[in-house]
Design a protein around this ligand. Structure first.
Ligand SMILES: C[S@@+](CC[C@H](N)C(=O)[O-])C[C@H]1O[C@@H](n2cnc3c(N)ncnc32)[C@H](O)[C@@H]1O
Length: 335
């Protein structure tokens, strides 16, 4: 059960709550049985595993946010402040007059603070609490604060990462800095990397950029990333390289379509708010299956994560090549 989604649906289940609308748009769409009764629902979801779940449940989905107006826009934002406020503005811009934004967030993600922000912009709010989450809805009565909305809209689009040539966007991993773990792995990538290389969970492209700059014998690099917004940033960040670079919106817990001489990764270990070592394990399993014989996996992880045992189970020969107070860099070979 996803408690935030359950709480969002509760917003429609009592007498004094909004009626099920004739049509609705869902930002951050996730499938729920109750939505099957909705006559006309379109979802937008930048995260591939969740987009796949939405598709499997048989709902309609669009890759790019559409223009248009709906009587209801549902919003399930991610963890970041900027993303949440931006999504409120994107939702408001797609409301018909008198329409409603209905959002839900976990308390630990600052639900009450965001509810207050929306209330101040909209001048009205109704809220329920359940499952340690809040669902709140605000109506577009024509009097929303234009200045606040403009400030929220300005959080969209590409933005520079200070002190670097890179671009990122609100809501993606490490949108304001280079991840220190990836920096450590970048420092230990050998110039001898060659042939076909894959970057799993490539984010906005830092590791691929380092590899392309340092390793002239790379013939092709494939970036696999679940967040379509991060992948769009990676395309911009790698546009300076005149090399064979391919971008895949892909769930790395599923098999890769090709095999590789080398694989780079700083695997994720969070799903939403929670630590999820299984996700990292799944990344290692996918990598082991996609390495050619004698292919090498270059990996960085927090020191406490038990990936050495996973590599043993996958029959990869590994050695630790660097560590600092927080991270370890491991190179593993498929024999
Ligand atoms: C720790 S970050 C590393 C990002 C990037 N390599 C870097 O160095 O900045 C892990 C990345 O994996 C992505 N990710 C999470 N789950 C994924 C999945 N199931 N499939 C593909 N990518 C995923 C996240 O969006 C995030 O960009």
């Amino acid at each position: 059960m996803n408690p935030t989604l359950e709480t969002l649906m509760l917003a429609f289940s009592a007498d004094d709550r909004p009626a099920i609308p004739l049509s609705a748009l869902f930002l951050g769409a996730e499938p729920h049985e109750a939505l099957r009764h909705w006559p006309d629902l379109t979802g937008w979801q930048p995260l591939k595993p969740l987009a796949d779940a939405w598709d499997r449940a048989g709902f309609a989905r669009i890759d790019e946010l559409p223009a248009g107006q709906w009587p209801v826009v549902l919003v399930l934002p991610g963890k970041s402040r900027d993303e949440t406020l931006l999504w409120f503005a994107l939702a408001k811009d797609r409301l018909e007059p008198g329409g409603r934004i209905v959002a839900a967030m976990p308390n630990t993600a600052g639900a009450s603070r965001f509810e207050n922000e929306l209330a101040q912009a909209a001048g009205n709010i109704t809220s329920i609490q359940k499952h340690k989450c809040r669902a709140f809805h605000a109506m577009d009565d024509g009097s929303w604060n234009g200045e606040t909305l403009n400030a929220w809209r300005s959080l969209g689009g590409f933005r520079g990462i200070a002190g670097t040539p890179y671009l990122a966007r609100a809501g993606i991993f490490s949108s304001g800095h280079i991840d220190p773990g990836s920096l450590l792995l970048g420092q230990h990538l050998p110039a001898s990397l060659h042939g076909r290389v894959a970057d799993l969970g490539a984010g906005w492209g830092f590791l691929s950029d380092v590899a392309l700059r340092r390793c002239p014998k790379i013939e092709r690099i494939d970036l696999y990333e679940a967040d379509s917004r991060a992948l769009a940033c990676a395309e911009r960040n790698l546009a300076c390289h005149d090399r064979d670079i391919r971008f895949h919106w892909h769930d790395v817990t599923r098999a890769l379509p090709e095999t590789y001489d080398a694989i780079l990764m700083n695997p994720p270990f969070h799903t939403g708010q929670n630590t999820d070592v299984d996700l990292g394990r799944a990344f290692l399993t996918t990598a082991a299956a996609a390495l050619k014989r004698h292919g090498k996996l270059h990996l960085v992880a927090n020191r406490q994560l038990p990936y050495e045992a996973v590599l043993d189970c996958l029959r990869l020969a590994w050695r630790k090549v660097a560590e600092d107070k927080t991270y370890k860099v491991i190179v593993a070979e498929k024999r």
